[in-house]
Each structure stands twice: as C-alpha cells, then as structure tokens.
Design a protein around this ligand. Sequence first.
Ligand code: ADP
Ligand code: MG
Length: 245
Amino acid sequence: MEKLKIEHLDKSFDDQLVLDDLSLSVGDGEFVSILGPSGSGKSTLFHLIGGLYSPEKGSIKIDGENINGQRGYISYMPQAPSLLPWRTVEDNVLLGQELSGKKDREGARKMIARAGLDGYEKAYPHELSGGMKQRAAFIRALLSPQPIICLDEPFSALDEFTRLDMQKWLLSIWEENKKSIIFVTHNIEEALFLSDRLIVLSQRPASIKREFDVPFARPRDKNLVLSEEFLQCKKTIYEELVIHD
Ligand code: ADP
Ligand code: MG
C-alpha cells in the first residue's frame, strides 16, 4: 500500500527551477533511499514533504490526503542533529510526543537504553559524542507519532566506523518498528545496505533519473557488504550512474 504519493512536483527559488515534475511514492513500512548530487534538490524535497514550502505545481499525499504546505505529517531529522541544548536527552527524545500531547516516559527510557545511551537520560547534548547525538535525534524521530520518517544525510558527518555501527543499529531498530523511511544520502553503498529501493535524482532541476529495487533479504548482516552479490549490485549502479552518464 502507498503511504506517500508525490505527483508532478515543481518547485523554484527566484525563477530557478529546483524540482522538475518530480513523482515518487513510498510504501507502508518501506525503506527508500534518495540519492542525488549535492545541490540537486534533496533537502528541498524534504522541506516540501514537511510542509515548510508549497510546490508551484503537483501534489503530496499521505494515505490519499493532500498535505501540500501542511506541517506535522512527517517526522524530520535534519542533517545536523538538532537537539535542544537546554533539554536533557530524555526530554529531547520526548519532544515529538510532547507536541502531540501524549508522553511515554517509560517507552522513551527503553529506547534510550536500546540506543546504548543508558545512564545518559539526564545528560545534556553537549555531554554527548557526535554518534550519540545522532542516536538521540533518531530516537526522537522514531518516537514521534508520524508514520513517515525523513532522514537527511544523517550519517554523513560521522567517521567510517561510527557510520557502520549506526547503519546496523538503524536497521535493527527499524526492523522492529517498520515505519516508512525516506533516507537521503549521496553514498551508494550506504543506500544499498539500508534500503528496499533506491531512487536516483538527476542534477538540478531534479527529476527521477533511475530507480533500483534492492534484492537483499532482511534482516541484513554487515557481512552483506562484502558478498559477491552486493559488490555486483554496486558495480551495476556505478556503471549506470557514473560511467555511462
Ligand atoms: P541538496 O539537499 O540536494 O544538496 P538543496 O535542496 O539544499 O540541495 O538545494 C537545491 C537548490 O535549491 C540549490 O541550488 C539551493 O541553492 C537552492 N535553494 C534551496 N533552498 C533555497 C531557499 N530557501 N532559497 C533559495 N534557494 C534555495
Ligand atoms: Mg541537502
């Protein structure tokens, strides 16, 4: 079933077209990655889905209902983890629930522990490492009541080791919750490891250039990235996107 359906979206800034007749959809519980060069309009797409801007043309629907220009329908995690510095980890994580009026402190503590942040419930963001902040921000997005989570290059600032840990962790949490995720990245390997489907955007103005279904079974193990099948898949995508471009 389609959770999110975007049809024929146009968006410009100062007469410069950024999104050009963009259409895509995301299924219920599906993990979709959006790949695209820097400046192609990926964050702009999220801002439109989040209702921060309205498109000039086209529609954005959740469960069939048009949400153009309306906020509050998705949970959005921006590239820099935007934790509130004056709130503890626990109160940061509960922010999305607070805005909707129902707080589950017990559930939040469980998730904080699940994220390896045991004992940091009452800590403030400045006491956390980069990876810990990302995990806290991600839990906040996950505990928010919205059924769709938009993650904008969440791991791009992390070192390679922390990034791999975070990818594994994200998958294990998502496999328990199965919310729809839209994940923006410019890393082909990361997109392949995490997603059910890859959507590749063209240079600005962005339209859909290619889509790939990812064939790997779940749950996924980190050894997958070393398998022949994975490397073959990566090669095909590189050839289509980079070499024959
Ligand atoms: P990406 O996230 O793919 O790197 P963005 O969506 O941030 O790309 O930006 C796409 C293009 O739109 C860029 O040329 C950027 O300068 C422009 N842009 C984004 N937001 C605004 C804005 N609020 N006002 C004017 N131009 C913008
Ligand atoms: Mg961006």
